[in-house]
Design a protein around this ligand. Structure first.
Ligand SMILES: [Zn+2]
Length: 116
């Protein structure tokens, strides 16, 4: 079950892990990460992102050579389950060089994502 769910998330990250319905995007935000090219350190824990991400209004606001993190919050219209995807990438001349994606679905990022 755990492996099946993980594999499904790789291919269909907008599917509900509880009932497989297609989830709606309810929030989408972009942040700058305090990490530069060549110095990427993986942080699996949500606390890191709550403490260190700086909101930006557009990709061009991310300084050259600095990592960015897009956050997409999903909600399942069928069962109400919510999930958050963190998409970590390095913007390089207009393209996004993906580093990794993280998923949190126990509300770890809620107060951070809905603040202000
Ligand atoms: Zn669902």
């Amino acid at each position: 079950m755990g492996l099946f769910r993980k594999m499904r998330e790789v291919f269909h990250d907008d599917w509900c892990s509880q009932c497989t319905a297609e989830m709606e995007v309810i929030r989408r935000k972009l942040y700058a990460m305090p990490m530069t090219v060549g110095h990427y350190v993986a942080h699996p824990e949500p606390e890191y992102y709550r403490k260190n991400l700086t909101p930006v209004s557009k990709k061009a606001d991310i300084p050259t050579g600095q990592y960015a993190c897009g956050i997409i919050a999903y909600r399942c219209p069928s069962c109400g389950h919510r999930a958050v995807k963190l998409d970590i990438f390095l913007p390089v001349r207009g393209i996004e060089k993906r580093e990794r994606a993280l998923y949190f679905d126990a509300g770890e990022m809620d107060d951070f994502l809905w603040q202000m």
